[in-house]
Unconditional design. Sequence first.
Length: 406
Amino acid sequence: MDVPYRKSLIVAVEYSQYKSIRALSRQIEELLGQDFQSPDIEQLAFAISEQKIPFTLVTHELATLRSKAINEAVAKGDMAAVEYTQDGFNQLEDTLANLHIQHYLKDLERRNHLRIQHINALSEKNLLVHFEAHLLWMQDVVKAVLSNNPELLPEGNPLICAFGQWLYGDAQEIIRDTSHRKHIEQLHCKLHNTTAAIAREFKPVRNNLRMHGLIKRTEFLSLDLGSEISLINNMILVSTFNKDPLTGLLSRRSMDKVLINQMEISKATETPFCVIMCDLDHFKLLNDDNGHLAGDAALKFFAQRMVEQFRRSDLIFRFGGEEFLIVLPSTSYQQAYNRAESLRASLQQVPFSFEDEELALAASFGVVEITPDQYRYIDKHAIQDVIQEADCRLYQAKATGRNCVM
């Protein structure tokens, strides 16, 4: 087929994808008019998946090239070329979409298998059995679409699954925030409801573009639900771990276990988490000037401020002496930094009193973000690396002048 438009076009994308999209545009032009079962088209679809090029950019590029080609044909008065061009683009778009969704589904199947492995590696699954169940549910969705058989789709009623029953039962005692519980209920319903939308795309002819969008949405919803389940799970764990007798916070004894579990969960949900290391500035001086009872009271006061500032799903440990470590699941560096800064500022706003005397308190904080792709193996060495990095950030805060967040 002789395509009237032969100039390479580039869509507005981030610079990191600039070369990929430019190459994509050239390849699309070269493929027009070929046999749509050719290895070249299959290789292009595979490259799109491997390079993580959003398929919306592919369709945008196709639409742009299609428009230019048709406009040139119309300008020449060649209506046969218009129809020919339209048909060629339609076939190419459908072929690419079909191949792309096949590559995507196989990759999703593999990634879900890894997520399930990370959950199975947990010392105790607790509520995370519900996340595992929904990952297995997601695997059934993938199998149904790969085999093009809607009869293989899993149950779409959110009230039938065990998590749905738990949400409307025991969960009300644990998730006391009504709006938060409603958010999780809606998220759970949206996930199960995708099966009905996916089933509609099978008939009469499967629309691969819409199917791809629905599967992506289902994956995102399942990961969001997994993150929420892991947060609720932490609320339950707090009541089961050993506590520091002075502050009432978690003791260091269970810290390694919590960090290893959090790294597994981070891999499973593909979300980062943060660790904050902090301590009270000039604590030894406070002890020397006012006595150990004042020091103990200051530690309890600081512990209470942390409990008030952080979420119920955040895990706060007394690391040793006046040092504390906080694990913040599903949290970015900026979010953790903001929470640490809020705690730091609160110490200036709410005075600490001991025996009717106000004593100045300040604290320094080191914040580190841990992303799932930062570590390959989850063991004691990985835990030590995380703690060491957080401790280095805390040292930088001390070296900068204390009473700050790094």
